[in-house]
Design a protein around this ligand. Structure first.
Ligand SMILES: [Zn+2]
Length: 69
């Protein structure tokens, strides 16, 4: 005779929240840190934040139309 396993229906809802949410938050945190670091670096070097075009004295990027810093 096979052992019977009972699944709690609430587990279908709680397991993704318990296991996937921290992983999702970690991935989004790393992504946010990467994007923020890239934007700061581009601002520091005088490049367009959107596409890294060298702005020089321009206030609006001619490549993507992004407002310069
Ligand atoms: Zn641009």
């Amino acid at each position: 005779m096979l052992p019977s396993v009972t699944y709690h229906p609430l587990g279908l809802i709680l397991n993704p929240i318990i296991y996937a949410l921290p992983i999702w938050l970690l991935v989004m945190g790393i992504r946010w840190a990467f994007i923020t670091r890239r934007c700061r670096r581009r601002e520091r070097l005088g490049l367009c934040v959107g596409c890294a075009y060298e702005l020089g004295e321009l206030s609006v990027c001619p490549e993507c139309g992004c407002e310069g810093a």
